[in-house]
Every structure is written in C-alpha cells, then in structure tokens.
Design a binder for this molecule. Structure first.
Ligand code: 4AD
Ligand code: MG
Length: 501
C-alpha cells in the first residue's frame, strides 16, 4: 500500500503518484472537472478530478462531497502556480472514509458567538489553524529562551493555600474540606526554587476569577514566569527585553506568511528593536495628562467616525449584492462581506462610544491608581517599541514587590506594554528581600501571616536581592498576530460566562 504524503511536502514529489489523507475543505465543479480542496493539517491542496473512465467510479461522489468529509486521494503531483500552495494533484484514485453530515460552519458568514459555540469544529478553519500553529511556535520559543540561557524548569503547584495576586480573583476549590485556590501565579514557589538553582522558570495554566468580560482577560490562561537570584529591577527588565526580542524574531522568522495571511502588519513587528522605551509610572501619568494623549483620542474619534460613515454606505450595497447574486458562491461571498461590515461596524460603534470616557479617564487620572486598560492603550499607542513602565505606587501593586529605597511611595516593579495599543503582556518586579519590611507589607495588606511563614523563611535564611516576571502567552500571541480579542489565541477559551465546549 502506498504511504501517504503530507501536503506541505508535495514539492518533493513532483511528477510522482502520491496519496494524501485529509478532509474536504471545499468542492467546486463544472460539468467535466471537480476541484476538491483537501486540507490535512499541514496545508491545502487542490485535487483535480477529471471525468474519465478512470474516475467514473467516484467522480459523482466527489462532486457532491459534503464539506469536511474525510478521505484518501491518490494522484500525480504537478506544479501549478495558481493553485493554493503552488501544487495540485491530478486525481487517479479516491477513497471516502466518512461522509460528513451537513457541516455547521459553511463558507457563508457566521458571527463570532456562533463560531465560539462551535469551537471544536471552528479549530479546523484555516485562520484558527494558523493562529494555533503560531501559538505552538511561541511556546517553543519561550521554552527555548529559558532552556538555552541557564534557567531550570520548576513546575509549581496548581492547588495553592493562599492568594499570590490579590484575593479578588481567586477560584476556590474544596480540598478535602479545606478551602484552597487555583494558582494565580507560581511566583512565590519559584522564589524558593531560585534560592536553590539561581535561575528558574515555571510555565503552566494560571487561573483568575476575572469578573468582567474584556478582550484581554481569560479566567484560565498560560503564563511563563522566570525568577532570578542576585538580580535587581534593571537586571530583570533587561531579561524581559531580550526575551521579547527572541520571541518576536522567532515568530517573524517562522511565520511571516502566516502573519500576512492573518492580515498582520508585519513591518510593525519587524521594526521592534532594543532598547525598549523605559518610562516611570509618574512620567506615564504625565503622558496621560498631556495634549498628545488628548490629540490621539480626538484623532481616533474623527477617523473612526469617518470609517463608520463609509461602512454604512458599503453595507447598503453589500445587502443589495446579496439580493442580486445569482450564483451560490457569489451570494456566499456577498454575505461574508455583509457580515464582515456588520462586525466591523458594531466594533467601531462600541469603540467610538467609549472614547469620551477614555478621554475623561486619562485627563482625570490620579497618581496612585493602577493604569487601566484604556490608559495602557494610550501609552502603548504613543510608542512604536514596547514600553517598560516601572515604579508604580505600592498601593496598587502586590505585597511582595520591593519598596524603592529612593522613593518609598513606589515599588521596584515594571509592566511591559506591547505597542499599537495591545497593552500589558508582562508584569514583574524585584521582590522584597528584607524580612521586617515584607512582614510589614503582609500585615498592611490585611493578609494572614501564617500561610506565608514558609515564604518569610526565604528572608530568614540567606536572603538575596531577586526578581522576575510573568508573561501571558495569550496576550502576547494576540499582539504578535494582531488580534483584537484574546479568545482566538487559546484552543478552548475560558472566560466569564463561557465554559462550553
Ligand atoms: O501582572 P501579573 O498579574 O503578574 C504576576 O502574576 C506575577 N506573579 C508575575 C511574576 O512576577 N512572576 O500577570 C502577568 C501576566 C500579565 O502581564 C498578562 O500578560 C497575563 O499574565 N495575565 C493574563 N492574561 C490573560 N487573562 C488574564 N486574566 C490575565 N491576567 C494576567
Ligand atoms: Mg499585571
């Protein structure tokens, strides 16, 4: 029996007879030829079935093949510039494995809610396949960076006896009658391990009971956290900078065409360079109050309002086109366009509705508050490099962050804001390494001391300056792929009000 070939390897088999196995992505036919587009997880291949004696046994089956039917197909590989991927198959044999039922996701337009409910099937679509392939590469690049730079992987627990990042986002579970929580971070355990190995990292699922529906928050996401002994804030920021550079260049190197397929402006990623912008929180507040911020939002309001007017016009003609279309594929194409316009419109209307509020928030921002999503967006849009925003007021940050000896109102922390308005992708800090100060901070925050006794031990026995950060995989992927919503960056998103499938 002929072994099967992956579509991505077809270029090595020109002129040969090979067998593919996969699913029917699309079928088109004229009287004497059927074009069967097959996908196999490595690519798409147009399989051309000409009506002849040789194909008479399956020609009609192929012509009427339901979308997503599984199949094997044999044929001769030939180069064809116009075909998807550059090669096509002149079909000689065909085997139906399973005739699909009527597939719910058709080439016609679907809203995102519908697609999210069919996520288990939506994963098969080209765009979703591409996004998750890039995620795969991103995760590999993350591990490689730390493994190649002397970090030891430390797997931290998911059942945690206490909060790591604020009590308001804890998921409680019953642990043999005791309340415990799903991990919000592995950091505290990593701090312990870095006193053994020097440089460590953990990488795993992280849980936050985020009680609001935003485009940046999941309740279950993947976070990688490095932690380094004998490191101060500047050291940790430098690692974050090198780390992001490594991720950007790997993804650009391996996925340029995929990014272009997603509509990503690749040039914006290609121009990312060290050093990134370093901006203190206090300076960031000045930016929010500045004329620059005001102008940015005013300009937004204008361009977005103009775009809305333009789209409203296009919508009318799109609706006409759907009505007037004579062929099925013409109608599907027109319906897709209509749907795309409607989605962009509702998106834009929502954004425009929010702009006045965001302007107020920025202009009236008070020193001491944490930066909100819209504030981060403003700051990151005013720079084309990532911004390392550092030294936030201690009141809006976690208890474990080291007080800045030069200004006790702030802590030695930093957030990395991705450019183009994507906002925070990294949060990190130098940790409080002084026993008395840390104990004071725990008490100040109203936390019970007892669960943190082991953590305080790290400051009792050979305490050293140390620090680290956490990078969220999904937010980073959203930035790299240019996605305005986080839900497509993880195979099965968990958000407030969303747990199916
Ligand atoms: O800023 P955060 O809360 O930092 C920590 O958890 C530290 N313990 C990390 C450390 O210093 N070791 O979270 C870090 C990153 C954020 O910048 C963001 O990318 C991601 O985790 N993140 C989320 N991603 C998706 N959904 C959420 N609800 C997220 N919350 C945080
Ligand atoms: Mg944060």
């Amino acid at each position: 029996m002929m072994t099967h070939v992956n579509i991505k390897d077809l270029n090595r088999h020109i002129g040969e007879e090979v067998r593919l196995q996969g699913w029917a992505y699309r079928v088109r036919s004229s009287g004497k030829v059927a074009f069967l587009l097959v996908r196999d997880g490595t690519g798409l291949c147009q399989c051309v079935v000409e009506k002849s004696e040789q194909t008479s046994g399956f020609f009609d089956t192929v012509k009427r093949l339901p979308q997503e039917s599984s199949l094997r197909v044999t044929g001769t590989v030939r180069a064809e510039e116009r075909a998807e991927g550059g090669y096509e198959l002149a079909v000689t044999g065909f085997e139906l494995i399973h005739a699909s039922g009527e597939y719910p996701i058709t080439p016609k337009a679907h809203g995102t809610d519908f697609l999210m409910k069919h996520r288990h099937l939506w994963l098969r679509s080209r765009r979703q396949e591409v996004i998750l392939k890039i995620r795969h590469t991103l995760v590999d690049a993350i591990r490689r960076f730390f493994n190649d730079n002397g970090f030891t992987l430390i797997d931290t627990p998911i059942f945690a006896p206490s909060a790591g990042e604020g009590a308001s986002t804890l998921f409680e579970v019953d642990y043999f009658g005791e309340p415990v929580y799903l991990a919000q971070t592995g950091q505290l355990y990593l701090e312990s391990a870095c006193m053994s190995h020097g440089k460590v990292y953990c990488f795993g699922p992280t849980f936050r009971a985020e009680k609001s529906k935003t485009r940046r928050h999941l309740t279950e996401f993947w976070m990688v956290e490095p932690e380094v002994a004998f490191a101060d804030l500047d050291d940790v920021m430098a690692i974050a900078e090198d780390f992001i550079m490594a991720l950007v260049s790997r993804v650009l190197n391996d996925h340029r065409t995929d990014l272009e397929f997603l509509g990503r402006d690749v040039a914006k990623l290609a121009q990312i360079r060290k050093p990134f912008v370093r901006l203190s929180y206090s300076d960031a507040v000045d930016v929010l109050h500045s004329a620059l911020a005001k102008e940015l939002l005013e300009e937004d309001l204008q361009t977005k309002t103009a775009r809305i007017e333009q789209l409203e016009g296009e919508l009318e003609s799109a609706i006409e086109n759907v009505k007037d279309a004579r062929k099925k594929w013409e109608q599907e194409k027109a319906a897709q366009r209509e749907q795309a316009i409607r989605e962009e419109l509702s998106e834009l209307r929502e954004q425009v509705g929010n702009i006045p509020h965001h302007m107020e928030l920025a202009a009236g921002f008070e020193w001491g508050k944490d930066l909100g999503g819209s504030d981060e967006t403003i700051i990151s849009r005013l720079h084309d490099q990532p911004v390392l925003c550092h030294r936030y007021p201690k009141g809006c940050k976690a208890f474990y962050m080291k007080l800045d000896p030069d200004d006790k109102r702030v802590v030695k922390n930093f957030d990395v804001l991705a450019p183009e308005g994507f906002g925070e992708i990294i949060g990190g800090s130098q940790r409080e390494d002084d026993y008395d100060v840390l104990l004071g901070r725990i008490e100040e925050e109203g936390l019970a001391v007892e669960p943190f006794e082991w953590y305080l031990d790290l400051r009792r026995y050979g305490s050293v300056p140390h620090g680290g950060f956490g990078l969220g995989v999904e937010r980073t992927l959203a930035w790299l792929c240019g996605l305005d919503h986080i839900r497509e960056t993880i195979p099965f998103a968990r958000m407030m009000g969303k747990i199916y499938p």
